[in-house]
Write a protein that binds this ligand. Structure first.
Ligand SMILES: C[S@@+](CC[C@H](N)C(=O)[O-])C[C@H]1O[C@@H](n2cnc3c(N)ncnc32)[C@H](O)[C@@H]1O
Length: 241
């Protein structure tokens, strides 16, 4: 976690307002004070200490800064975007921090945390450890490989998601078209997408252009010092101004 959080600060210096917001967001993390053989990162959200066990060897094995940004937004805007009893799906959930926060905030949402099959073991462990007896609706963990068997596993007639959440799902991987197809499949007329995006390469800008062919976008946080933007998106013409 140290590298993804600290490294971006070398890219540019934030102005005072952005700097204050970034340091408030990053204050949400802490590391264990005791050295043990268990590696976990700690986060404070929704009045709770959340312990995330990280793994090695895959993108889904650590908490990425975009996830912390999105959790901070959910916590500080819980009245405007009240998740209580709402249906939420997270795609590319990784270690599960966003799904956990969405589940334990206020009275909690019905959350489905999804990722590739190899990621689900650690994801389930974190979700269960941090939500058991802490939330109204126990979150589910399910496989969702972008673009694969979407109608079979998430039939459009049954799935009515109020919110789709995603953090740092756009980077140098070959499944960007499948990712877009997945957003399109899961998003109904009134679904709100919260998408935190770390910009590294031009490819990411091109994905934003492709995304805007289907959805209207609003920038909620712009944090150039850590190269992250948080977007709210809805189907074209559905965003209230
Ligand atoms: C950079 S990580 C971000 C993880 C988490 N959202 C966070 O911000 O901490 C990208 C995530 O996307 C998932 N992912 C990558 N390719 C995928 C695919 N084709 N289908 C489903 N998930 C995928 C990875 O397994 C990983 O969990």
């Amino acid at each position: 976690l140290f590298i993804p959080i600290i490294f971006p600060f070398f890219f540019s210096y934030p102005d005072a307002k952005e700097g204050a917001l970034v340091s408030e967001i990053m204050k949400k993390c802490f590391s264990p004070t005791l050295i043990t053989n268990v590696t976990w990162e700690g986060f404070y959200f929704a009045g709770s200490e959340i312990r995330i066990t990280e793994a090695t060897g895959s993108f889904g094995a650590v908490v990425w800064p975009s996830a912390i940004v999105l959790c901070h937004f959910l916590e500080t805007n819980r009245e405007e975007y009240n998740l209580s009893d709402k249906n939420v799906i997270e795609i590319g959930a990784g270690t599960g921090l966003i799904s956990i926060v969405a589940s334990i905030l206020v009275t909690g949402a019905h959350v489905i945390a999804t990722d590739l099959p190899d990621i689900l073991g650690n994801l389930s462990y974190n979700v269960l450890r941090n939500t058991k007896m802490r939330c109204k609706h126990q979150p589910q963990v399910k496989e969702l490989t972008w673009g694969v068997d979407l109608e079979k596993n998430f039939p459009q007639s049954d799935c009515e998601f109020h919110y789709i959440m995603a953090a740092d799902v756009v980077y140098s991987h070959p499944y960007l078209e499948e990712l877009l197809i997945t957003f399109d499949h899961l998003c109904k007329e009134d679904t709100v997408i919260f998408w935190a995006m770390r910009f590294r390469l031009d490819k990411e800008n091109r994905f934003v252009d492709r995304f805007q062919s289907l959805f209207d976008l609003e920038v909620i946080y712009n944090l150039p010092s850590i190269q992250i933007k948080l977007y709210k998106a809805m189907r074209k013409g559905r965003m209230k101004t």
